[in-house]
Write a protein that binds this ligand. Structure first.
Ligand SMILES: N[C@@H](CCC(=O)N[C@@H](CS)C(=O)NCC(=O)O)C(=O)O
Length: 216
């Protein structure tokens, strides 16, 4: 038997897509959430993590007692998506799903500046400057790409005709952008329809409904 333990902070961030993959697949896992406010606990744990950061996924084979620890959110997401059948149905689909993830990671670079400005309680003026000058231009290009993918695919998913971890990642990011006031469903009907579709995925609906509002 395989036992999974996902360790991340008590936020959605880079751990959320892996959590969603477990719920989507109906596979049990231990969802360890390290408090963002408990710096001491994190610094202690940090020493024993493979690359010094979270998330990490521990995979234990209970028969052989062999355990592996996987660092890096995309490596974890890709591993779980492959294990559970949400990585794409062919090598070509898998490559396109990876391209979607890479595009998201590119966008994360400017988006992180906004997250940092908010977390470090910069002035409203500074937060708005980062939003307008850094994040919005990058977001416009990113949205163009997403709309092109959705426009070329009648299934309503970004790649192929079934849900993949690429859909989960982009939908989760739209939730984040909506929170920042950078995604307004009424102004982006194509992306809004996609977001709605993923949020209404039957095996994920309960998880989304029960997810703590604090899991920002
Ligand atoms: N490229 C890594 C980035 C991981 C990362 O930045 N983790 C942050 C949390 S989102 C972290 O562990 N911060 C605490 C630290 O670096 O001490 C990934 O995708 O997993």
């Amino acid at each position: 038997m395989i036992q999974y333990k996902l360790i991340y902070f008590d936020v959605r961030g880079l751990g959320e897509v892996s959590r969603q993959l477990f719920h989507l697949a109906g596979v049990e896992f231990e969802d360890v959430k390290i408090s963002r406010n408990d710096e001491q606990a994190w610094l202690e744990l940090k020493k024993s993590t493979p690359f010094g950061q979270l998330p990490i996924l521990k995979v234990l084979d209970t028969e052989s007692q062999k355990e592996i620890e996987i660092p890096q959110s995309s490596a974890i997401g890709r591993y779980l998506a492959n294990q559970f059948g949400y990585a794409g149905k062919s090598p070509e689909e898998k490559a396109m799903v990876d391209a979607v993830i890479d595009q998201f990671k590119d966008f994360l670079v400017p988006q992180k500046q906004l997250t940092l400005a908010v977390r470090t309680k910069k002035s409203e003026e500074e937060v708005n400057r980062v939003k307008e000058e850094i994040v919005t231009p990058a977001k416009n290009e990113y949205f163009k790409i997403l709309k092109k993918l959705l426009g070329n695919n009648s299934s309503g998913f970004l790649v192929g005709n079934g849900i993949t971890w690429g859909d989960l990642q982009i939908s989760d990011n739209l939730t984040t952008l909506e929170g920042f006031g950078l995604f307004t469903p009424l102004e982006e009907p194509i992306l809004a329809k996609f977001h709605e579709k993923i949020m209404n995925t039957p095996s994920l609906k309960t998880y989304f409904e029960q997810r703590l509002a604090s899991l920002l």
